[in-house]
Design a binder for this molecule. Structure first.
Ligand SMILES: [Zn+2]
Length: 430
């Protein structure tokens, strides 16, 4: 059990040292570090990123704070950073974030940062750049929270492991999965600092506490047709035209499941991500094939790769009843991992309890509890039996272009983390 016997003056000084200025300095440095090499798309058919540049920066910061630091890579150029601050006794806590970011896309669309997605740009309480909300703004919170604790002379009694993973955007094979399954990483509790923040239309804001995550899967539909000269479409079986008819019925695709305690932001559903058909240099002819990638999102516990593929096949069969040319073949997209939804963590137990206590102390109310509708490494820890939650000031549902994070919220999130770490691990007074 924890023994939070921090002198109130020491605690107040520790919290007071967590300022917007310090958070901004750290966030701005991290956002630019090792980019754009750390861009890592979910697309299984595209090459992954290299997180080495930011890994070196983060490792140096942990070393400077007195952590024992290991760079642990499954593949060259992709080191995970594992920092350990050994305690005297149990429990142990993993504080986690990831080093990769989502690709920035078309730079010219980043109007808030002058066409430079990796140049952090402050406008009032907003900081714009790729990686602000997801997730280097949150990463800055984890480092600053630990720094504030140690600078104030407080020493956690339990062991703190700061774990910064690669490959999170591709669901973790070279990152969290590697560390947990091949490198023996474990702990009693885990907190992933990833976007659970929200802003209401009236400007009020807060951070929710994710007790579970939804799963997802990528499937590929394929139709093969019969080519003709473009002048004789009457002779063709055009699979692009057939695919558009099939996809226009995507909303009738029902994914069977048992209702969970909590749904994510959207219940289980399908959404079209990519459509390809018609080969370059063949405009003389109608296309011979068409493929579509469909994302299955909002998956809840109990849904499996087999169950969702069966649901997609049943939907196609139903569509093909009155339109035989819609009988598409379906398979998991090559290289895609099936990600299961996780079970809800107990809000009365650690680590959820510590976040709730700290949030109430600092913000005067309970954080909203929910199931987060996205992948986080939290899923990988929870799957292996470690009580794991997600909490962070990044905006859940951050915009793909002109991504931002709120500065005041980030400072508050850092303070919540600092108090939660002390609550979970216990503390030796200064
Ligand atoms: Zn993330």
């Amino acid at each position: 059990m924890t023994n939070r016997t921090v002198d109130p003056r020491t605690e107040a000084a520790m919290l007071g040292s967590i300022t917007a200025e310090r958070w901004l300095g750290l966030a701005e440095e991290l956002i630019q570090a090792g980019q754009p090499a750390a861009e890592n798309p979910l697309d299984p058919d595209l090459p992954p990123g290299s997180e080495e540049g930011i890994a070196i920066v983060v490792a140096a910061k942990l070393k400077a704070m007195g952590f024992e630091v290991h760079l642990d890579a499954k593949r060259p150029g992709r080191p995970n950073v594992v920092g350990i601050l050994a305690g005297e006794t149990s429990p142990s806590l993993i504080l986690n974030d990831h080093l990769d970011t989502y690709p920035a896309g078309d730079h010219s669309l980043w109007t808030e940062t002058g066409g430079q997605p990796f140049t952090p740009t402050q406008k009032g309480d907003f900081l714009f750049a790729r990686g602000t909300s997801d997730t280097r703004g949150n990463l800055a919170c984890t480092l600053l929270a630990v720094q504030a604790i140690l600078e104030s002379g407080l020493r956690p009694i339990g062991t703190l492991k700061c774990v910064y993973t690669v490959d999170e955007e591709k669901n973790g094979p070279d990152g969290s999965i590697y560390l947990l399954d091949e490198r023996g990483l474990t702990a009693d509790y885990e907190i992933t600092c990833e976007p659970t923040g929200w802003t209401r239309p009236d400007g009020s804001w807060g951070m929710s506490l994710a007790l579970a995550n939804s799963g997802h899967y990528l499937v590929e539909l394929e139709l093969v047709g019969m080519q003709s000269h473009l002048w004789r479409p009457d002779l063709a079986v055009n699979p692009v035209e057939d695919m558009t008819r099939l996809l226009s019925r995507i909303d009738s695709l029902k994914l069977s499941h048992t209702p969970p305690k909590m749904y994510g932001g959207t219940p289980p559903r399908a959404t079209v991500l990519r459509i390809q058909g018609g080969a370059p240099r063949e405009m003389q002819f109608t296309p011979g094939w068409c493929r579509a990638v469909v994302g299955l999102v909002g998956l809840v516990p109990g849904m499996t790769e087999e169950s969702v593929l069966a649901d997609v096949r049943a939907w196609i069969a139903e569509c093909a009843k009155d339109d035989a040319r819609l009988a598409a073949k379906v398979r998991g997209f090559p290289g895609a991992l099936f990600v299961s939804g996780t079970m809800e963590q107990d809000p009365e137990a650690q680590p959820a309890k510590a976040i709730r206590n700290a949030y109430r102390t600092l913000l005067g109310e309970e954080p909203i509890r929910y199931r987060k509708n996205a992948f986080n490494d939290t899923i990988r820890f929870a799957e292996r039996g470690i009580p794991a939650v997600t909490f962070g000031p990044g905006e859940d549902g951050w915009p793909p272009i002109n991504e931002y994070i709120r500065i005041e919220k980030s400072v508050a999130g850092t303070k919540v983390l600092a108090l939660a770490i002390l609550d979970i691990l216990g503390v030796r007074p200064a």
